[in-house]
Structures are given as structure tokens and as C-alpha cells.
Design a protein around this ligand. Structure first.
Ligand SMILES: [Fe+2]
Ligand SMILES: [Fe+2]
Length: 164
């Protein structure tokens, strides 16, 4: 049976994953509005992944005899100054999520919760990937700057992202 401290922390993390999903969906809507369907596509795939992350924690609580407690999801930002600003925020947000995953892992060590440690090891690797993906797009957008043609080319590339 999962400890109360671990259960509370996992419930907080479910909320963070669902907020990530909501934030990326809002970013997708921003790009749909800017007629950049490839950027929107990339974020829509990301949005689904974040909901799946939330569900991994949800299922973990259920399997461990814990109680899922869904909290309010804050309204995400709606406007950004540029494509670059959007992806800088994706990167900052993923760094923030990594910190909370690491804190959860520290708690799992303290509570001697071995199953939670195994689950969190998956998330620790996943965050390496998430931060890298965001950093790569930021780097490309920084190269492109305001060149419309290059933005359209990147839009095509990002539009090829397949949903796993
Ligand atoms: Fe996530
Ligand atoms: Fe993420």
C-alpha cells in the first residue's frame, strides 16, 4: 500500500502532467491560428503524450491501492510573441517538470517505495528526451529568426511527427 505522502505527491504530479497537456493544446491552438499546421501538429502529438503521462501515474495509484484525486487545471496562456517564444516556454516548462520528477524520486527513496522508483526511472529517461526535443526546436528557431521561408520548411518537418 502506498504511503499518504507518496499518494499526495503523485496526485500533484497527475495535475502537472494534465496541465502540461492543456498548455501544449493551447500552444497548438495558437499555431492553428497562425496558419502553421505543422507546429500545431507537433504540439498536438505532445499534448496526447502528456495526458498519457498523467494516466501512467493515475494507473500507478490505482494499482497500489491509492486514491486518485483530480485537482483543478489552471487556464493556460493563450498568446505568445513568436514561435520562438512558444518553444522557449516548452523548454522552460519541461525543465520545471524534470525538477518535480526528480523531487518525486527523492521522496520515493526516502519512503523506500521501490515500485515508485521503478516507475520514476522511466520518467527520468523520458524527461531527458523531452528536454532535448524542446532544445532542438529552440535552436532551429534561433537559426531561422524571422525568415518566413525557413519557418515554413520547419513547419513541414514538425508536421511529420507521428503520434506514438
Ligand atoms: Fe510529461
Ligand atoms: Fe513533457
Amino acid at each position: 500500500m502506498i504511503t499518504k505522502a507518496m499518494q499526495d505527491a503523485v496526485n500533484e504530479q497527475i495535475n502537472k502532467e494534465l496541465f502540461s497537456s492543456y498548455l501544449y493544446l493551447s500552444m497548438a491552438a495558437y499555431f492553428e491560428d497562425k496558419n502553421l499546421p505543422g507546429f500545431a501538429r507537433w504540439l498536438r502529438v505532445q499534448e496526447v503524450e502528456e495526458r498519457e503521462h498523467g494516466m501512467k501515474f493515475y494507473d500507478f495509484l490505482v494499482d497500489r491501492g491509492g486514491r486518485v484525486e483530480l485537482k483543478a487545471i489552471a487556464a493556460p496562456q493563450k498568446e505568445w510573441k513568436s514561435s520562438l517564444e512558444v518553444f522557449k516556454e516548452v523548454q522552460a516548462h519541461e525543465t520545471h517538470v524534470t525538477a518535480s520528477i526528480n523531487a518525486l524520486y527523492e521522496l520515493a527513496l526516502k519512503e523506500k517505495d521501490y515500485p515508485a522508483q521503478v516507475l520514476l526511472q522511466w520518467f527520468i529517461s523520458e524527461q531527458v528526451e523531452e528536454e532535448k526535443n524542446a532544445a532542438d526546436i529552440v535552436a532551429q528557431l534561433e537559426l531561422i529568426d524571422a525568415h518566413g521561408t525557413a519557418v515554413l520548411m520547419l513547419d513541414k518537418t514538425l508536421g511529420k511527427r507521428s503520434g506514438e
